[in-house]
Design a protein around this ligand. Structure first.
Ligand SMILES: Nc1ncnc2c1ncn2[C@@H]1O[C@H](COP(=O)(O)OP(=O)(O)OP(=O)(O)O)[C@@H](O)[C@H]1O
Length: 445
């Protein structure tokens, strides 16, 4: 049977199933199969309409975007004269049968001999407009073919609310903070990427991202430590679950000092046990992993020019760099967030950036910050970060496995943060040295 008829039969069966769903849905639900999460509307209406639109516009779109080829060369003999020009009848490449996915479709295109995928990369916007879809991505996993992955609607539009979407992965130091445009969960895995840099203009969603991270880590056997030099405004809802919180630079300096001492102790434990990192220690010897969250890094680097302030800035910068360099092996992970992150903050910033290999850029105001966050990893992602609009709060560009993706964090309200911090307060490991470091900072003021 022709593949097109087969699809027609499948669609008719799906339509019948949809119309009679009241009869069989409870039966399947009783057996643990949730059919309500299936995007019926897309499968039954959106997908066939898009396929028809693709077929109707394919020839014209290919012609206008140089995706068609002429079967002959661009020279010929006409009435004894050699003439040159493009052929009137161009042949578009072969459009395969689109395969539906949950949020779009995938279609394989057979290239003509001599064609390359390059013009397809340039034509993605034209294809998305012609087919009235949110986006088209091009890949060429096999010679002679390109694969177009079509996304019907912006998968990041709207806040993530479903419990399944927010369910946390069971592994230690892995946090689900939102969702990726590819449809999967946005996972931050500290064992894979030890330290993270998070940038974004004001109201772009940085603190919400930090909130989503803390929600995910709060229920794990991990010590959470904060530096929030905006007087503790952003991190104070998390106080019951934080092992220590520094709210100004003086406290931050003593906290960083205490953390460096903690790392020295861990180093000694590893050296005596003859292992290279804490993960090689036995379960009862292994110290609890620490995650240090720094909200608004610029506050640590800004100085009023006084000698005392300059000394503090230098000390904080050196200590942060040391923690980043040694932390991955010793179970200390850094998450550094800020509105601006550029060389103007001080000489230590570029060296620190080299250690923060996980990158997340929300909407940014200045190209330098986008460049600092993403430029050394994925140069084309810098443009993508600058194209995030102010209506897309929580949307960010992140680097994953050498490529970049758009993603959106889970929305976490202050009330939710307060409730989750209280709920998991008993999981807070005690670090008296860190607590007294921040207390000393207060007394010294
Ligand atoms: N993932 C999200 N989904 C939906 N709305 C969001 C999301 N993230 C942020 N927002 C909205 O954007 C607002 C600002 O977010 P947030 O406070 O996290 O920004 P910020 O970058 O930390 O700003 P600032 O630097 O001024 O503290 C939030 O109050 C919320 O309304």
């Amino acid at each position: 049977m022709d593949a097109h008829y087969l699809w027609l039969v499948v669609l008719v069966l799906a339509a019948v199933a949809y119309l009679t769903r009241r009869r069989w849905e409870p039966w399947l639900a009783g057996r643990g199969i949730d059919v309500r999460s299936i995007p019926w509307r897309w499968y039954l209406l959106g997908y066939p309409a898009t396929v028809i639109r693709m077929r109707l516009t394919w020839r014209q779109t290919c012609l206008l975007n140089d995706l068609s080829i002429s079967p002959r060369g661009n020279r010929g003999v006409l009435g004894g004269l050699v003439v040159q020009g493009s052929a009137l009848r161009q042949i578009p490449p072969r459009l395969g049968l689109p395969r539906p996915t949950r949020g779009g479709l995938v279609v394989r295109i057979g290239l003509h001999a001599g064609q390359t995928p390059s013009p397809f990369y340039r034509a993605v916007d034209a294809l998305a407009h012609a087919w009235a879809v949110y986006g088209v991505r091009v890949s060429s996993p096999e010679r002679g073919y390109v694969v177009l992955t079509v996304t019907a609607r912006d998968p990041l539009a709207g806040a993530a609310t479903e419990e399944t979407e927010r369910a946390q992965p069971p592994r230690l130091l892995v946090a689900r903070v939102g969702r990726l445009e590819s449809g999967g969960g946005w996972l931050i895995d500290f064992r894979m990427v030890a330290h993270w840099l998070v940038v974004g203009a004001t109201r772009s969603g940085k603190s919400t991202w930090l909130g989503a991270l803390l929600v995910a880590l709060a229920g794990q056997p991990v010590a959470l430590v904060g530096i929030d030099c905006k007087g503790g405004l952003e991190l104070s809802p998390w106080l019951p679950r934080l092992s220590a919180l520094a709210i100004n630079r003086k406290q931050a300096r003593s906290l960083l000092d205490a953390l460096a001492t903690e790392l020295d102790k861990r180093m000694a434990v590893c050296r005596i046990a003859g292992v290279r990192n804490i993960w090689e220690l036995s379960d009862d010897e292994r110290p609890v992993p620490l995650v240090l969250v720094v909200d608004e890094i610029a506050e640590l680097y800004l100085s009023d020019g006084s000698r005392e302030a300059r000394d503090e800035v230098t000390a904080c910068s050196v200590l942060l760099l040391r923690l980043a360099q040694l932390g991955a092996a010793l179970g200390l992970h850094l998450v550094v967030a800020g509105q601006r992150f550029g060389a103007e903050l001080g000489p230590g910033v570029t060296a620190l950036r080299a250690q923060l290999s996980g990158r997340i850029a929300h909407r940014v105001n200045d190209p330098t910050t986008a460049e600092m966050a993403l430029g050394d990893m994925a140069p084309d992602a810098v443009d993508a970060a600058q194209m995030i609009t102010e209506h897309e709060q929580g949307v960010a560009i992140t680097t994953i496995g050498g490529r970049w993706l758009r993603a959106r964090s889970h929305m976490v309200t202050t009330d939710e943060a307060r409730a989750i911090a209280a709920q998991h307060a008993d999981l807070r490991p005690d670090f008296p040295a860190l607590v007294s470091a921040t207390a000393e900072g207060i007394e010294a003021e």
